[in-house]
Design a protein. Structure first.
Length: 66
C-alpha cells in the first residue's frame, strides 16, 4: 500500500446504455471506496473488471464480471 493509503483502481464497465468503458482509474482507500465513487459517476453500471494499481508492483487482478 502506498504511504498515503490511497490506491488506484482500474475499472472496466458496461454503462446502463450498453457502452463498454475501459481503463477508468479511480483513487480510493480501498476497493469499496473506489467503487462508491465510480457508481456516483456511472449510475446503474455493471462492473466487468477491477484491477488494483499498486506503485512499484505489477498489476494485481481483483475481480471480474460482477
Amino acid at each position: 500500500m502506498s504511504s498515503s493509503g490511497i490506491i488506484k483502481y482500474g475499472f472496466r464497465i458496461r454503462t446502463r446504455g450498453g457502452l463498454i468503458v475501459d481503463n477508468l482509474l479511480i483513487h480510493g482507500k480501498d476497493e469499496i471506496d473506489a467503487e462508491r465513487k465510480l457508481r456516483q459517476m456511472y449510475q446503474h453500471c455493471r462492473i466487468l473488471e477491477c484491477i488494483v494499481h499498486i506503485p512499484n508492483r505489477s498489476r494485481e487482478f481483483v475481480a471480474a464480471a460482477r
